[in-house]
Design a protein around this ligand. Structure first.
Ligand code: FEO
Ligand code: CA
Ligand code: CA
Ligand code: CA
Length: 606
């Protein structure tokens, strides 16, 4: 029995058995209670969730789809009362809308003599698109713990839904630039909505950060011939045309509104204290497929944000504010994100690293290379970083600083396209299927430093399969290993928690989950499974509150089986294994939900 084996880690909980089924599982002795489901009411006037009679208007008053980042902004410093902030990354129409999927017989692409079953999703109409747009964005909702259990405060004065249509301001060095102007906005400063908000952050001054990640899927149509943005958009994979939004909203059609896509791919800041405030897209932090924006205050009071760009062979960034955080004056901090330096990481073979400033006029970032101002550098951050010869990474996802030891953890989820001749010290495996975690140690324990050292903390995957080359400690059990690190959290004691995305192909017999990873001492590299998700889901969120008595996790796209769907909640990919988590009702689809984990009878998590 591994669960009670002697351990050198600081985590002391009975490990969950890895596996795959229709339910969630948490370590024995803990409760994992569903707090907020897609469609749940957030306001006194929110309509009941009726899956067969959805409307955009109802969805705007309800918790959105595919909860990803989860943050907590305390009210008066409490760990029992505050604002939960949650990103709604994207929508899975085949899981949301009943009756739109049918199975059709088609000739196999590889073997045309063979017929195979494929899914066909009915084309979207305007209402479906508008529901999807209302299900994107984020939620701010007051929550309170009473008698040990968390509750939503439905009449909370600050409760708010942010969607793909919420008015936002572009601010910082690129705001107002010609490349951000559209037919609807001659100022280049006013944009509607935020999309594909993946991980995120909460600033030291208590605002909510939403990162815009895979924006390419929302745009369709062709740029006019020889359009100057062609190269810029190609670098970001725009347009991909996954969503039908552009058929009903011209701004998502590049032929009609060629600059709109330059108004996405930013980091968005939301002042949760004022539910009528206009969220700001902070252009100083660059434009790419922003995974998250965790932050910390450097020794001199400047604030440092760590930023991943989730694409194969893209980069790790950080942003250092020019101004200093003033804990006594919230208003003075509110525009700190408009001025500062964006850096991209170069990981050198000898274990050192350099943070390369993305500053117009420095090095190759000049007019000769097509950068006429800092706005150009920020709008085409990736191209600027290419020219600086930053290190192409294996899909940088969440990055979290650890205030207790001055380290920074970088989740690199995988990159099966890395060829043997592209291997380097920081991306040490070709065809990296399971990902790895890098630990950065900034020079002088100073998060604002321009240089640092780094090492690979973990190569992920099953250590029992020698050719995978995983480096979990020998103390790690068969439940404790994982692949595809995605989101992560550092708790108040400086301990690392890692959640995964894509760990659950059928062959592995295990789902995604939340693992507790020791980073210090003899137990370094030991990992233990604390929570796992229902079949088809991805594990997002993780957050431990400062009092260490609550962990929040977000179960994203439960029941998603990739391409092999046949309707409303049944998962043919797994044959007889499907889920209607968390309601388990025939008339209710499976629903992405935020779960609150507490210790039975109270006490410290983990
Ligand atoms: Fe939205 Fe990179 O995960
Ligand atoms: Ca996700
Ligand atoms: Ca992610
Ligand atoms: Ca992911």
């Amino acid at each position: 029995d591994h669960a009670r084996a002697a351990t050198t880690t600081r985590f002391d909980f009975p490990e969950v058995e890895a596996g795959i089924d229709e339910r969630h599982h948490v370590a024995e002795g803990y409760d994992a209670d569903v707090l907020l489901r897609w469609g749940d009411a957030l306001f006194p006037d929110s309509p009941d969730f009726e899956p067969t009679r959805q409307t955009p208007q109802a969805q705007e008053r309800q918790f959105g789809y595919n909860n990803d980042y989860v943050g907590f902004i305390p009210i008066e410093g409490s760990s029992e009362h505050g604002y939960l902030v949650v990103n709604h990354e994207y929508t899975n129409e085949h899981l949301m809308f009943p009756g739109i999927v049918k199975v059709v017989e088609k000739a196999d692409k590889k073997d045309p003599a063979k017929m195979v079953e494929e899914l066909e999703i009915a084309p979207a109409d305007r209402t479906r698109v508008d529901i999807e747009m209302a299900a994107h964005g984020g939620t701010v909702v007051e929550i309170r713990k009473a008698d040990g259990k968390w509750q939503v405060v439905r009449d909370g004065a600050k409760n708010r839904r942010i969607t793909a249509t919420t008015e936002m301001a572009l601010s910082g060095p690129a705001a107002g630039h010609d490349r951000l102007k559209t037919n609807a906005d001659a100022t280049g400063t006013k944009v509607f909505g935020t999309i594909n908000n993946c991980a995120g952050g909460v600033t030291p001054w208590g605002t909510y950060i939403m990162a815009e990640e895979n924006i390419h899927g929302y745009f369709m149509g062709e740029l006019p011939a020889d359009h100057p943005e062609a190269g810029n958009y190609k670098r970001l994979g725009i347009p991909e045309g996954t969503y039908a939004w552009g058929r009903f909203h011209d701004r998502f059609d590049l032929a009609k509104e060629p600059n709109e896509a330059n108004r996405f791919g930013w980091v968005v800041e939301v002042d949760v204290e004022d539910p009528t405030s206009t969220p700001k897209k902070r252009t100083a932090l660059g434009r790419f497929k922003h995974e998250g924006a965790a932050s910390t205050v450097a020794r001199d009071g400047r604030v440092v944000f760590y930023l991943g760009d989730d694409e194969r062979f893209d980069y790790v960034y950080k942003f250092v504010t020019a101004g200093r955080f003033d804990p006594a004056d919230r208003a003075a901090n509110m525009d700190l994100l408009d001025e500062g330096t964006l850096y991209v990481a170069r990981f050198d073979e000898d274990g050192t690293m350099a943070w390369l400033p993305l500053v117009h006029g420095q090095g190759p970032l000049t007019e000769a290379n097509g950068f006429r101002s800092q706005a150009d550098v920020l709008i085409e951050t990736r191209r600027a970083a290419d020219l600086l010869e930053a290190t192409p990474m294996d899909r940088p996802e969440d990055i979290e600083p650890n205030d207790t030891n001055g380290r920074v953890y970088v989740m690199l989820t995988n990159n099966t396209r890395r060829k043997p001749d592209q291997v380097d010290a920081a991306n040490p495996r070709a065809a990296n299927a399971f990902g790895h975690i890098i630990e950065i140690h900034e020079d002088g324990d100073d998060f604002a430093a321009a240089k640092g050292r780094w090492e690979v903390l973990l190569k992920c995957g099953d250590p029992a399969v020698a050719e995978v080359g995983a480096t979990f400690s020998t103390e790690t059990t068969r439940n404790g290993w994982f692949g595809m690190p995605d989101n992560c959290a550092v708790d108040a004691d400086g301990r690392l928690w890692v959640s995964t995305d894509g760990n659950s192909p059928k062959a592995t017999g295990r789902t995604d989950g939340l693992w507790a990873v020791e980073t210090e001492g003899e137990g370094r590299g030991t990992s233990k499974l604390f929570f796992r998700v229902p079949v088809g889901a991805e594990m997002c969120g993780p957050l431990l509150l400062p009092d260490m008595q609550t962990a929040f996790v977000a179960v994203q796209h439960p029941g998603d089986g990739g391409e092999d769907w046949d309707g409303f909640g049944r998962l043919s990919f797994y044959e007889d294994l499907s889920t209607r988590w968390p309601d388990f009702r025939d008339d209710m689809p499976t629903r992405p939900s935020v779960v609150a984990i507490t210790r039975q009878g109270g006490g410290r998590i983990g």
